[in-house]
Design a binder for this molecule. Sequence first.
Ligand code: AMP
Ligand code: ZN
Ligand code: FE
Ligand code: FE
Length: 286
Amino acid sequence: MGPIDLHTHTSFSDGEFPPGELVCMAAEAGLGALAITDHDTMDGLDEALEAGNETGLEVVPGCELSASFQGRTMHVLGLWVRHREADALRAALAGILGGREARNQYMVEKLRSLGMDIDYQELLESAQGTVGRPHMARIMVERGAVKSYEAAFRKYLGRQGLAYAPKPSLPLELAVSSLHEAQATVALAHPYLLGLNGRPLEELVRACKDMGVDALEAYYTDHSQTRTREYIELARRLDMGVCGGSDFHGRAKPGVKLGAGRGTLRVPYEVLEELKARREAKGLWT
Ligand code: AMP
Ligand code: ZN
Ligand code: FE
Ligand code: FE
C-alpha cells in the first residue's frame, strides 16, 4: 500500500481543490488513504467520501479545529468523524465561524489603516470556503503590496504581524468532547508549532492526553526526520497514537505537495493500520 496523507484542506476551507478533485489527485498519486481535514467545517466530506467510493481510495472524514489550552492556541484534528451525526460539533463549529467573521473584518480594517488596498467584500468573494488569512495573503500578493505569500505573513498576517488578530478557538476540553461525541480520534496537529522541546513538550502533551487527546501528528511537512522520530517516541511513551500528513492546501501553501510535503514526507501505511487498531480496541468504527 502507498503512503498515506491524513491532513489536507479543500476549497471548503482554504484549500485550492474541491474535495472530489483532491481525492482523484490522491488516487492518481497512488496514496493508500487520504483524510480531509478542513478548518472548522465538515461540509466537504460527503463529496470526498463519494469520490472515495468511485476511485476506490480510502477516505477518512475529518476536520481541523483551533483549541485553546493553558494560554496557548493549538490545532487538533478529528479523524473518522461521524459528520452526519455530530450535533454538538456542528454547534461548536457554527460559533467558531461567527468569531472568524469578526476577526476577518477586524484584520481587513487594520490592513486598510496600514494603507493596503483590500476590502472585506472582495475578501469574501475571493474565497470559496472558510475565509481566513491565506485569502488575505493572496490578495496582497496579487496587488503587489508584498513580494510573496510568506512575506505577507511575516510582515502583516503572522502572529507577530501588524494586522494580526487571534482566531477564535474552542477550549480544548470542548473541542475534544465534541469530537469524541462524534466518534473521532483526536490528534494534536503539527506539534512543532508549540515551539517546545524536551521536558516542557512532554508535560504539555501529557496534559493534552489527560484532556482526552488520542494521538500526536508526528509526521508533518515541516518536521525533520529527527523531530518526527522524537514525536513518535514521545507518543509511545505516553501511549498515544501517531498520525501524519502534509497539510496540503494547493496554491494557498506553495511548495507543499499532496502526500509528499516538501518532497521528503512519507507517512507509512502502517500508521493508518495502527490508528485503526487503536480505534477498534475501543469499539469505534473505522
Ligand atoms: P487562518 O485559519 O485564517 O488563521 O489561517 C491559517 C492558515 O494560514 C494556515 O493553515 C496556513 O495555511 C497559513 N499560515 C499561517 N501562518 C503562516 C505563516 N507564518 N506563513 C505562511 N502561511 C501561514
Ligand atoms: Zn489552512
Ligand atoms: Fe493547522
Ligand atoms: Fe491544516
